[in-house]
Design a protein. Structure first.
Length: 201
């Protein structure tokens, strides 16, 4: 069984990929909306209104939902001067320490984001703009992104510990470690081959 072959990891990966696609589409839509708004201002002298506000909501929400896919792809940056010189077991120990630190940070962040959302619901807050958007709507999606990020960390931590329980140190490292130079080169090569294949078709 591969490290990503457990039901929980498959589910988390599916949700993360779907959210990444939706986030990309939302960002492109926001960029298009702002471009149209700028052209209208420049050429016709009026504005749609609210484009910058909506883009701000989209950026905050998409950012929260992008963190899990970065974690699953092991794309977060780490200083690996010492890490790369260690043997496998100490590296896995540092990986677990890093994941634990991230869990603590995200848990704290989630607590405060939840507080902001709760206050917006309790006080029926709306934006002080012509759109008057009820703040609980974008904040709910923002909170959900961080909740999914926290869930991703828990799932990765649990699956890593299960791998260690079976003495599968390399499998645990493949889940929560950082990409080696060789793995990054291989990933870039796969991406290049995929792009070349699509262009040939």
């Amino acid at each position: 069984m591969q490290p990503d072959d457990t039901p929980s990891l498959r589910l988390i990966n599916r949700i993360a990929r779907a959210s990444a696609w939706m986030g990309g589409i939302a960002l492109m839509g926001s960029a298009l909306m702002i471009s149209i708004d700028l052209l209208l201002r420049r050429l016709l002298g009026f504005s749609m209104g609210g484009a910058d506000e909506i883009a701000g909501y989209v950026l905050a929400i998409v950012s929260a939902w992008a963190f899990p896919i970065a974690l699953l792809r092991r794309s977060h940056l780490r200083v690996d001067i010492l890490y790369s010189r260690l043997s496998l077991k100490p590296r896995v120990g540092l990986d677990l320490l890093a994941l634990g630190g991230m869990a603590l940070f995200v848990g704290t962040l989630l607590f405060h984001v939840g507080g902001v959302l709760w206050d917006s619901i309790a006080y029926r807050s709306i934006s002080t703009t012509p759109l008057q958007v009820p703040q609980w709507i974008p904040q709910s999606l923002w909170f959900a992104g961080y909740l999914f990020f926290a869930s991703t960390i828990l799932v990765l931590g649990y699956n890593s510990l299960m791998q260690l329980r079976q003495q599968r140190w390399a499998a645990a490292n493949a889940l929560i470690g950082i990409n080696s130079v060789e793995e990054e080169i291989e990933e870039e090569s796969r991406s290049s081959r995929g792009t070349t294949t699509r262009e040939d078709r």
